[in-house]
Design a protein around this ligand. Structure first.
Ligand code: ZN
Length: 115
């Protein structure tokens, strides 16, 4: 990976971190409505509960991914970045563009059942 490529990745990760943080904030607000702005009747309350379980799932997935992105960001200047943890081959650039937090190549990820 060239220095220019790494710089581009840094930007990409920064943007994804910002986007994801904003999304997590929105979910958080939906999870904890302000006093008086919560569900007003029984039906609304039921829907609220349903939505909440979806929000919680999205929130958990979001925070996990955010942590991985932050880890990747810290590692980008080290030679380990972009190298598969399992087979130590380079991870395909196309894959890293989509998921800059990847620590495994596609084959290893499939083999490990981590897809
Ligand atoms: Zn691998």
């Amino acid at each position: 990976m060239t220095i220019q490529e790494k710089e581009a990745f840094k930007k990409n990760i920064e943007e994804q971190i910002a986007e994801l943080s904003a999304e997590i904030d929105t979910i958080k607000k939906a999870l904890y409505p302000e006093r008086g702005k919560g569900p007003s009747d029984k039906v609304a309350h039921l829907n609220f509960k349903l939505d909440q379980s979806i929000h919680i799932q999205r929130y958990e997935e979001g925070t996990k991914r955010l942590n991985r992105l932050k880890q990747a960001y810290l590692k980008i200047d080290t030679p380990e970045y972009g190298i598969c943890k399992e087979c130590e081959e380079e991870i395909a650039i196309e894959r890293l563009k989509l998921m800059p937090e990847s620590i495994y190549c596609v084959s290893c990820m499939e083999e490990l059942g981590l897809k």
